[in-house]
Design a protein around this ligand. Structure first.
Ligand code: NAP
Length: 309
């Protein structure tokens, strides 16, 4: 491909404004040509009302980045792949595992790149943590992802609808890190999901996992935490305790910080997307989403007080 990758962005909401557009504008491997969003606009960007309208206006687009809610993802990705575009999927890559598999197969048939991105895996302390753990024996893991939904998702109705995942919308980020840093696959053994009486998605979840060595991995996801917010993973090993905090930004060993930078995640995601396109490959790892699906399959459901924004 000669020159930068011509890319269009679909779904001009919070994450597109805060992360995708700045990352794309700073990356010489891409040229952000246009956007598509039913209602929103963005200063300095030509925004169309729909993906089809954008693709009709810009037949030269090479790629699209889909930043809509997950319930919209399959139809948009299918349409973009059908028109020969490479596709970047925000997390989660879809609203069912089967639709993501259908997209993976379609991308293969069309010889296009499909990138199911997991932004938290690009947090700066994640790779150092993976390397540190690879040389040690793991004894147990504790994940705490506790935040205030009213602060982070004000007025976002889609997160409470079927396919919106509720508290698993942030929780899947923790699972994307855990599946990247732990050396072996793990699987759900028990779960409790707490659903507000007036909502179709959980506001809190307690999960237990194990692996072939029998270790216990405990996760607590909570959307009603006010005060200090927590995005921590602690791993006990035979040679000390690793703590990843602030969603993978800070790594400490036995409470002494060993890695702390403020590197943003999205420039790394787009470097990866450009690399996959150059190599003619896709990257579609559904393991974080499979754990969420397992929790919905196997978890006990408990009804709690109605939630009002
Ligand atoms: P959001 O603020 O609600 O934005 C989503 C946008 O998608 C809306 O502005 C809407 O545009 C647009 N949209 C809906 N249907 C569309 C369609 N058919 N075609 C084109 N655009 C459509 O949501 P968000 O917080 O940015 O989250 C979007 C995705 O990013 C989610 O999967 C989320 O998990 C992920 N994510 C979010 C964050 C975060 O901090 N918020 C962080 C990382 C990842 P209009 O306004 O024009 O109707």
């Amino acid at each position: 491909m000669a020159g930068p990758i011509q890319i269009g962005i679909v779904g001009i909401g919070k994450i597109a404004r805060d992360q995708h557009i700045p990352a794309l504008r700073a990356d010489p491997a891409f040229h952000l040509t246009a956007g598509a969003s039913p209602h929103a606009g963005f200063e300095g960007l030509e925004v169309h009302h729909s993906l089809d309208e954008m693709l009709d206006a810009h037949p030269d687009l090479d790629a699209v980045a889909l930043c809509t809610p997950p319930q919209e993802r399959y139809a948009l990705a299918h349409a973009a792949l059908s028109r020969g575009k490479h596709v970047f999927l925000e997390k989660p890559p879809g609203s069912t595992l089967s639709e993501v598999e259908a997209l993976r197969q379609q991308a293969k048939r069309m010889d296009r790149t499909l990138f199911a991105s997991w932004h938290s895996r690009f947090a700066p302390a994640v790779e150092p943590a993976r390397q540190w753990l690879a040389e040690r024996t793991i004894k147990g893991v504790r994940i705490d992802w506790r935040e205030d939904v009213r602060q982070w998702h004000p007025g976002q109705e889609w997160i409470w609808r079927p396919g919106g995942l509720g508290v698993f919308d942030p929780g899947i980020n923790a699972l994307s890190i855990a599946t990247a840093i732990l050396p072996r696959p793990f699987f759900l053994t028990d779960a409790e999901l707490r659903f507000p009486a007036n909502r179709a998605a959980p506001v809190a979840a307690d999960l237990r996992f194990s692996d072939e060595t029998g270790i216990e991995i405990i996760a607590g996801f909570d959307w009603l935490r006010t005060g200090p917010q927590t995005w921590d993973i602690r791993v006990e090993t035979d040679q000390g305790r690793l703590r990843l905090s602030l969603g993978g930004s800070v790594m400490a060993i036995d409470e002494a910080v060993v890695s702390q930078t403020h590197e943003a995640e999205y420039p790394g995601l787009y470097r990866r997307f450009a690399q996959l396109i150059a190599q003619g490959r896709s990257d579609v790892d559904v393991s974080p989403m499979r754990h969420v699906a397992d929790a919905f399959l196997r978890g006990r459901r408990v009804q709690t007080a109605p939630f009002e924004d």
